[in-house]
Design a protein around this ligand. Structure first.
Ligand SMILES: [Zn+2]
Length: 570
């Protein structure tokens, strides 16, 4: 996902640094020349004003928690079979939900926006009772469902879904020629704003059928492999799509419009593109970038994850969204991001940001998925890092580092990236940029690219098609490196601020003392200091250490392009 205007949730609250963090002891002319001056006593951490947490609503808890009526079952498949009426702006149909019980029980939790009507819920021919509560639908069964058994229910619904959120949720729009243009994008608000499902991130179906009936003159492009279309004889045509892989609910998409189709191949992988007729020529030029993207990410992580479903780009009127195997594209067929240099360092205009970023999510977000929304940095931090890998693959390491340096100004460091687990909410935008810079820092900590590339490749390979948590990421890197990287991950992910390297110079003694100031107990991390091209690797802890240096305070530098840290010299 990506948005142009980063939401600043609390724009009116200034970041306050209440006091200078450091007060170095006064230097006296009488100090013995060869004795290093004492580093200052532990300085107080400056306090930043963190915004208060948003109030937790009942809907956020019901949506966010993996409660007992979710945990008692495991999704197997969906068949979403609906009709979309552009004139009346209505959706109607059913979702057939197959699941296996993990425990005996007679109630399960599904979700559907209160704005939509439940027509009936059937187990075979038996109507089921249900309770609706703040977007949740608790379905009751007349007899106990048995652990280990598989069941299927048909959930019939209808109504006009809400148009909401940054990208529209579910939008009945028009294209510039006046044809209906209907699209979905619901990661923030949840798929249950337009179809009934188990609306959470931890449990995914193994596969999914999507059948969408639309007026005969329109096309529906959804996720997965196109299986065919059927004229229903009543002015509508049903378009059938088959998703052969696990899929996040929010990735399930409708794109209904007057689309023109063209296709290409990369080896055996089918590439299918759907755009408005007037954009066909521009798209044929711009979408050629998809091949280089696929090659770059396959180089680092392994083949495109959804080969059986193919890769698609579909024009939409909003910026873009990583709908699995059906990436939504709205970047004006131009490089950069909405005609801008995204990181303001001259690299972004070389490529189409939306093709690279949203497609990067096929590996991180769609194939590897965070099991809880609070761990969403696994999607956005990694995919932002993938942007830099694309740059590195195409133009080399220096440009990748330069590209990443451009995201620093977007970081706020005011709230931890990881938010409260089990409560539906938005992690801060730092999850993108700070997440990427943390991963780049990790590369510098490991300090050996011949280890780094296999680590990345194997990380993806180990967790592909799975839902994971931050703990899985940390455990993997600890195990595979033999290092204790937990304090580093914790400092960047679970605290608002980044580590600060404090440097205390004693010119008379020709020394510099150094330590980390960090929130995380036990935080220690190597860093490169001195001068570029002659970096010296030191391992500061949270206690002062002293080393000789011939460099002055001004000459003494820190590799902040390789390590995302603050530096204080005094
Ligand atoms: Zn994204």
């Amino acid at each position: 996902m990506f948005s142009l205007d980063l939401r600043r949730v609390f724009p009116s609250i200034a970041v306050l640094c209440l006091s200078a963090a450091i007060s170095a002891p006064a230097q006296t002319g009488g100090a013995a020349q060869n004795a290093p001056a004492a580093p200052p006593a532990a300085a107080a951490r400056p306090h930043r004003l963190e915004p208060p947490p948003a109030p937790v609503t009942r809907a956020a808890i019901l949506r966010g928690a993996y409660g007992p009526y979710r945990a008692n079952n495991d999704l197997l498949s969906y068949h979403l079979d609906i009709r979309v009426d552009p004139e009346k702006q209505l959706v109607s149909g059913r979702n057939t939900i197959r699941f296996r019980m993990l425990d005996d029980g007679n109630r399960i939790q599904l979700d559907l926006s209160d704005a939509l009507k439940i027509d009936k819920i059937l187990l075979g021919a038996t109507p089921l009772k249900y309770d609706r509560d703040s977007g949740a639908v608790f379905v009751d069964f007349p007899e106990t469902l048995k652990r280990g058994q598989e069941y299927a229910i048909d959930f019939y619904y209808s109504g006009r879904p809400l148009t909401t959120g940054r990208f529209g949720g579910f939008t009945f729009g028009k294209d510039p020629d006046g044809h209906p243009w209907i699209f979905t994008s619901c990661e923030d608000d949840g798929a249950s704003i337009w179809w009934p499902n188990k609306d959470q991130w931890r449990d995914e179906v193994e596969n999914m059928e999507i059948s969408v009936a639309v007026p005969n003159d329109l096309v529906d492009v959804s996720n997965g492999r196109f299986m065919g279309k059927t004229n229903l004889g009543d002015g509508y045509t049903r378009w059938d799509w088959m998703v052969h892989y696990p899929i996040n609910n929010y990735d399930v998409a409708l794109n209904i419009g007057n689309y023109q189709h063209f296709s290409d191949k990369l080896g055996d992988l089918t590439l299918d593109y759907y755009v408005l007729p007037g954009d066909l020529d521009k798209a044929k030029t711009q979408f050629a970038q998809a091949k280089g993207m696929l090659e770059a990410f396959a180089h680092y992580f392994g083949p495109y994850p959804f080969a059986e479903d193919g890769y698609k780009l579909i024009e939409v009127p909003y910026a873009g969204m990583e709908h699995q195997s059906a990436v939504a594209y709205g970047n004006h067929f131009a490089n950069g991001y909405l005609n801008r240099d995204w990181t303001n360092v001259g690299i972004s205009p070389r490529f189409d940001f939306i093709i690279i970023h949203e497609s990067g999510h096929e590996w991180f977000g769609n194939s590897i998925t965070a099991a809880d929304r609070s761990d969403m940095w696994i999607h956005e931090g990694w995919t932002t890092y993938l942007e830099s890998l694309y740059v590195e693959y195409r133009w080399g390491h220096d440009d990748a580092i330069k590209y990443l340096s451009g995201v620093k100004s977007k970081i706020e460091n005011r709230r931890p990236i990881i938010t409260e687990r089990g409560v539906n909410g938005d992690p801060p935008e730092d999850q993108y940029f700070k997440g990427a810079l943390m991963i780049n820092t990790l590369r510098s900590v490991i300090n050996d690219d011949s280890r780094w590339w296999p680590l990345l490749y194997n990380f993806y390979q180990q967790f592909k098609y799975r839902d994971i948590m931050t703990e899985d990421v940390v455990a993997y890197f600890n195990r595979e490196t033999g290092m204790n990287l937990t304090p580093i991950f914790n400092q960047y992910l679970r605290h608002a601020e980044i580590p600060t390297l404090q440097l205390f110079f004693d010119p008379a003694a020709g020394t510099v003392s150094y330590k980390w100031r960090a929130d995380e107990p036990g935080f220690t991390m190597p860093v490169l200091v001195g001068q570029k091209d002659h970096w010296q690797r030191i391992v500061p802890t949270q206690k002062w250490q002293t080393m000789k240096t011939t460099l002055t305070k001004d000459e003494f530098d820190v590799a902040t392009d390789l390590f995302y840290v603050d530096v204080q010299k005094f």
